[in-house]
Design a binder for this molecule. Structure first.
Ligand SMILES: NC(=O)c1ccc[n+]([C@@H]2O[C@H](COP(=O)([O-])OP(=O)(O)OC[C@H]3O[C@@H](n4cnc5c(N)ncnc54)[C@H](OP(=O)(O)O)[C@@H]3O)[C@@H](O)[C@H]2O)c1
Length: 317
């Protein structure tokens, strides 16, 4: 399977993985089992997705059935915003590992560079964005404190690699000023409406692997009523024309466009046929002209912007 070699550990991160956001809790264990059976080796989870126990059950069943060994899998999880203080990072990583039934994560990411007031997991888990009264409560934890606690997660063997998500250049450069273990991966929203050229170039320069999320653009946000009126990329004429020419689907073209730009992708689907189709996105090549034409759709449209929740969370301003 095509992969990206991560700096420091030289571990191979598969180029195509399976995303777990909005994977239904009641079918998640089956979906994960079937995703592994279909050939997925990377699972992209997060405490915030509320399905880590079920995902872990799917993994356990796949291992018990002899489909894979633990070391064949690349499992990613993410630290939520309410757990950034140094005394909470380690405890949360341990809780999440216990939810999955694992000894270590292959990759542990800071989900957002946003620090919210601590919520005890015994009180409410996952805590999401709001306090009990529906308001957003900020907490002052600087990134250096969280990053050094993440490094300790590596030192203690709870994660092999650590990284960032939803961070921009200036913050990434700041982390590099003090990091003992540099961020191995940056996970970002990336699709033809948001191509993020300068950020990808910076990561290349720094040796950070980039994972694209929401590769189908607005599609993932339609069910949340948060697609900002954007036209479907899966039904875009130009994407469909390229797909027809190649005998592929529009979804495969959108994923291949990202992987040919050197990014890993982590499409999510609750439908088995689509899940299988997405995994097969690297079986053809786009021409440089086709890549350029798709990149030309960029309109700087960011669908996952915490500023839409509260203006004090404008991390992309
Ligand atoms: N770091 C972060 O802050 C962050 C944020 C967002 C996402 N992520 C990660 O990235 C993963 C992927 O992003 P995403 O879930 O936002 O969106 P996505 O994978 O771009 O799109 C998922 C949507 O597309 C549909 N779909 C999937 N395959 C399809 C196909 N072949 N043809 C047509 N429709 C298809 C899905 O519906 P069906 O399920 O019905 O197929 C769902 O509505 C997430 O699951 C999560 O792991 C990370």
């Amino acid at each position: 399977m095509a992969s990206i070699v991560l700096k420091r550990t030289s571990q191979k991160m598969p180029l195509v993985g399976f995303g777990l956001w909005k994977v239904n809790k009641d079918t998640c264990a089956d979906t994960v089992f079937n995703a592994i059976k279909a050939g997925y080796r990377l699972l992209d989870g997060a405490g915030d997705y509320g399905n880590e126990k079920q995902a872990g059950e799917g993994v356990r069943r796949a291992i018990d059935a002899g489909l894979v060994k633990r070391e064949d899998l690349f499992i990613t999880s993410k630290l939520w915003n309410t757990f950034h203080a140094k005394e909470h990072v380690h405890a949360l990583a341990r809780k999440q590992l216990s939810d999955w039934g694992l000894d270590y994560f292959d990759l542990y990411l800071i989900h957002f560079p946003i620090t919210l007031k601590y919520v005890d997991p015994n009180h409410r888990y996952p805590p999401e964005w709001f306090g009990d009264d529906g308001k957003v409560y900020l907490q002052n934890t600087p990134m250096i404190e969280t990053w050094q606690a993440m490094e300790k997660v590596v030192d203690d063997g709870l994660a092999k690699n650590i990284g960032l998500s939803n961070c921009q250049g200036s913050l990434i450069l700041d982390v590099f000023r003090y990091a003992r273990h540099e961020p191995a991966v940056l996970q970002i929203e990336h699709h033809p409406y948001l191509t993020q050229e300068p950020l990808i170039q910076l990561c290349k320069t720094l040796g950070i692997a980039v994972t694209a999320y929401s590769s189908f653009g607005p599609q993932s946000y339609v069910e949340l009523g948060a697609h900002k009126g954007a036209a479907s990329l899966l039904q875009h004429n130009m994407v469909a024309e390229i797909a027809n020419k190649k005998g592929k689907s529009s979804s495969q073209v959108l994923l291949r466009w990202a992987t040919q730009r050197g990014l890993a992708v982590i499409p999510k689907s609750n439908n088995h046929d689509r899940l299988v189709q997405n995994l097969e996105c690297n079986s053809f090549d786009l021409s440089p002209e086709e890549i350029k034409a798709i990149s030309g759709l960029d309109i700087g449209l960011r669908l996952n912007d915490p500023a839409d929740i509260d203006p004090r969370l404008a991390i992309f301003a």
